[in-house]
Design a protein around this ligand. Structure first.
Ligand code: MG
Length: 274
């Protein structure tokens, strides 16, 4: 039977009446569930619009009690910024760089090519500025800490994967106690960025490969993985996972993910688990 997840700890009268029309509401930890006979995409869209809540259908074959790994994108998913755009801001070239970032996230540009172009624009930046970006600009998205605490309490691993840079993923891994991280290494010469990355670029395929590598390492199946992202370069990875979450994502990403969060913070991902 299809299961609807209503990502809200409380419902107002109108929401309650609307949702009761679909099936019996079961109150769970911080959310509600409905086991319903059947529901099509059109009806789901209508429920979301009318209730102004995040409502998702659990993918067929997905078992929340078996989840062992969450793999998440960094920029605009775990954190509220695009690091490369903020680095560019300190060089007074943010408009040029963020225009390329936006187009890549919408899937209009090939990610690897767009990253090469953007990193080249950072040539000559003093690497101390990366720490300044980390200290002054980097903020977690709402619910990030609650999500991580909730996952740890259930022994679920957290992997951070990014088409951005290890400078930021490694600091977040350390600070938040994450289990795994993978991203691009910014190359530097004499304390300045030299406009390239070390080795091959972590793009869409590398993110999907990381998910599969971790499944092999943890001896689990991709169906035991939740993947979260907001951009087009997250889709290959998201497609591998048992459940994918489009987090306040571009329309092209929402269209292809199995679930979407547009109102709630990251902690709503816990509603899928257990
Ligand atoms: Mg992103």
């Amino acid at each position: 039977m299809p299961t609807l997840i209503i990502h809200s700890p409380t419902l107002n009268d109108a929401q309650h009446t609307l949702l009761k029309s679909v099936g019996d509401l079961q109150a769970r930890n911080n959310h509600y569930r409905i086991e319903c006979a059947s529901i099509d995409a059109e009806k789901l869209f209508e429920l979301r619009q009318e209730s102004e809540l995040d409502i998702n259908l659990l993918p067929e074959g997905f078992d929340g009690s078996q989840v062992k790994l969450l793999i998440s994108d960094m920029d605009s998913t775990l954190i509220a910024i695009e690091c490369i755009d903020e680095i560019a801001d300190y060089m007074n070239i943010k408009p040029q760089v963020s225009a390329i970032t936006e187009a890549a996230m919408r899937g209009e540009l090939d990610f690897e090519g767009s990253l090469t172009k953007r990193v080249a624009l950072l040539t000559g930046l003093n690497t101390d500025m990366l720490q300044t970006v980390y200290d002054e600009r980097l903020m977690l998205n709402p619910g990030a800490e609650a999500l991580i605490t909730g996952l740890k309490s259930q022994d679920i691993k957290f992997a951070l994967v990014s088409g951005g840079f290890t400078f930021f993923t490694e600091r977040l891994k350390e600070k938040l106690g994450l289990d795994y991280a993978r991203a691009n290494v910014l190359a530097e010469t004499d304390g300045k960025l030299n406009g390239s990355v070390v080795g091959s670029i972590v793009g869409a395929q590398a993110k999907a490969d990381f998910l599969n590598e971790l499944c092999a390492e943890l001896n689990i199946t991709p169906n035991q993985v939740i993947a979260a992202g907001d951009g087009a370069n997250d889709l290959l990875m998201m497609n591998e996972a048992g459940l994918s979450v489009a987090y306040h994502a571009k329309p092209a990403v929402q269209a292809k993910a199995s679930t979407a969060l547009n109102h709630r913070g990251l902690d709503a991902i816990l509603d899928f688990i257990g």
